[in-house]
Design a protein around this ligand. Sequence first.
Ligand SMILES: Nc1ncnc2c1ncn2[C@@H]1O[C@H](COP(=O)(O)OP(=O)(O)OP(=O)(O)O)[C@@H](O)[C@H]1O
Ligand SMILES: [Mg+2]
Length: 368
Amino acid sequence: MLIRIWREFEAMFLEVNNLSVDLGQFHLIDVNLGLEKEDYMVIIGPTGSGKSVLLETIAGFYRPQSGRIFLEGKDITHLTPEKRGISIIYQDYVLFPHMNVFENIAYGLKKRIEDKEVIESSVVDAAKRLKIDHLLDRNPETLSGGEKQRTAIARSLIVEPNLLLMDEPFSALDVNTHTYLTDLLKKAVSDYQTTCIHVSHNFNDVWSLAEQVAVMRDGEILQQGVVADVFSKPRHDFVADFVGVRNIFQGEVVGGSKGITDVEIDKNLILHSSDTYNTDFKEVIVVIRPENIIFSNQPFVSSIRNQLKGIVTEVVLIGPTVWVEVDVHGTSFKGIITPSSLDMLGIKKGNEIYLSFKSVNVKLIDND
Ligand SMILES: Nc1ncnc2c1ncn2[C@@H]1O[C@H](COP(=O)(O)OP(=O)(O)OP(=O)(O)O)[C@@H](O)[C@H]1O
Ligand SMILES: [Mg+2]
């Protein structure tokens, strides 16, 4: 009894506990994941790391050797795929070729609801959200890739799945269509209050869509957590390397002129960015890639807008590069240099150092 109460108290919306899957030459090893309702998680990792196998195990296509999957507190480890209430979207827009767009979107709903008017209004509503309401009587083969994928997304969302899994849904699309669909998808999953796991090779998907990110390698999850945490505090060399650690700060737009935006990231610490920003939108995330930070022993004589002075707090050799961490009045900046530059500049823990970086390298992201 006590254990049950504890479980209900603790349970997350989706819990994958110590999941192992044996596919002969490939194994998922002791995978743990947790998501709250309406979370959006992006899984990244090199090709062959087991991202698709993990999604398909959660969907019920592979039988785990050990471990458990709980969805809404219910053990679904051994349920058949149809009984899990999970939808999955693949890269290659799987639509029914003999049905038009309306019938494709309505397919899952028709199995549950008989009222034709309710079905029709739900389909039209979903189609409007995905901006395909003008295509409802078209056949799939006449659609563009982006239109097909929007139809697949509408079809999945309309049945209000407990969990929506997406395996590289945009990777066959051009960059502009990708960006457009990312925006539509973000709005639509929030409207339908859908919990999502999305596998992607594109870091922009992590930034634009996810609250949570998981990094996989060789069948293991190396790190899972809130995006800014995983990207700024990787707990593993591979993760640091893979995500390319960035300097990430919460900031507030405090002014600007002539194409420069001034952002305060800490009391009296103002950075200058060339990203133009609507000043009504004050909360931003500020990102600076470590390789764009220039170190020097003297103030850098140049027109570079951002020049700071700090104290070296950490010097770590990772592979062929050196990570240098500098404290600037309580804010930590990470830079990356070669071992020979480290020697030349005589950088040591506790030394004073100057940092500079161009305003074009200070990137601003919506903090919503
Ligand atoms: N049904 C299967 N039987 C045996 N091995 C499989 C099966 N499906 C996948 N694998 C193997 O499992 C490993 C992981 O495959 P998976 O498709 O999950 O990788 P991935 O991370 O999704 O890669 P990509 O980014 O290229 O899509 C691969 O080595 C693959 O060959
Ligand atoms: Mg895959």
